[in-house]
Design a protein around this ligand. Structure first.
Ligand SMILES: [Zn+2]
Length: 311
């Protein structure tokens, strides 16, 4: 699955890892965790001028071509006013500015809204979430963003290319091999409905992935209930470890890639909002395109087992 190379130094070690399929590289430096992630400092938002508050959202946000916005439970989905994809939608999950514990309904309604808004698009769809300003959220109210473009984004492209090469060479899906292989390791997060594991070459802190029984966003309808139940547990796991902010992306492909690609979700924990705007992303991530991670994925698996009765 990956190559690793550990460099010992006076106060600990750095582990360099490279994922075999994609060539993606990362470096893991557990000693740096002692610098701390900060305590959650969720900002107080004013209601003034907030376009996602219930009384405003239907007046100031764009509508779909038929003049509608899509409501599922308390969630509301509409086109993004400032798109950065050919098709870009927003789902406001809640009328509340701040949600501290996410319920099944909140997650399931919002994901269902995204699926309905994205399923008829042709191209590469992703469903994404920045939670809290330190994770990139620019407005209050937790909200998801659906993107669709004709060409896959950089990360998805690496997995699509790698998966096709692997399939041609081995006549089986890399994703099945991944599940088989990861389920034998301490990175596997057992006790969930779908397959979740701490990713072996993390691109972000405490990266956790779910391999979905799906390829396209339409397929996702069949497993969105199980996914929502699992996701609540993963978010509580992050919160129990002190992380109040995160990014999530769920990547889908097209019917043409069904034989060799599985849709997958990935989550990374982000630094908590803090008064100095200290960032967890610096020259290594932004300019070298090489993440520096604090937590070994194997340690994350162990914390999960400790929190979930040693499964
Ligand atoms: Zn608001």
């Amino acid at each position: 699955m990956f190559q690793s190379n550990r460099h010992e130094h006076a106060s600990g070690f750095i582990e360099f890892r490279t994922e075999s399929l994609t060539g993606i590289r990362t470096r893991i430096c557990p000693e740096r965790v002692k610098r701390g992630i900060g305590v959650p400092d969720i900002p107080e938002y004013s209601e003034e001028g907030c376009p996602f508050c219930p009384e405003k959202v239907c007046q100031v946000t764009p509508v779909f071509p038929d003049g509608s916005r899509l409501k599922v439970g308390d969630s509301i989905t509409f086109p993004n006013l400032y798109p950065f994809a050919h098709y870009h939608t927003v789902t406001v999950m809640s009328g509340e500015h701040v949600v501290r514990r996410f319920t099944y309904d909140l997650i399931h309604n919002a994901l269902s809204g995204q699926i309905r808004a994205m399923k008829d698009q042709s191209g590469y769809v992703s469903i994404n979430w920045n939670y809290l300003p330190s994770a990139g959220a620019s407005l209050p109210h937790p909200h998801l963003q659906g993107l669709c473009d004709a060409v896959p984004d950089t990360l998805l492209m690496k997995y699509l290319r790698g998966s096709l090469e692997y399939y041609n060479e081995h006549n089986q899906s890399w994703w099945n091999y991944l599940k088989e292989s990861e389920s034998q390791t301490e990175r596997c997060l057992k006790g969930t409905d779908l397959f979740w594991y701490a990713h072996h070459v993390p691109v972000g802190e405490k990266e956790i992935r779910c391999i979905l029984p799906a390829t396209t966003v339409s397929d996702f309808q069949a497993s969105v209930s199980l996914f929502s139940e699992d996701l609540i547990r993963i978010l509580e796991f992050y919160q129990d470890m002190g992380h109040g902010a995160w990014n999530m992306s769920i990547f889908f492909a097209t019917d043409d890639e069904r034989e060799y690609f599985s849709a997958f979700a990935t989550l990374v924990a982000r630094i908590n909002p803090n008064p100095l705007s200290t960032s967890d992303t610096a020259f290594m991530e932004k300019l070298h395109l090489e993440p520096v991670i604090l937590t070994l994925p194997e340690d994350l698996g162990n914390i999960w087992r400790n929190c979930n009765g040693n499964q």
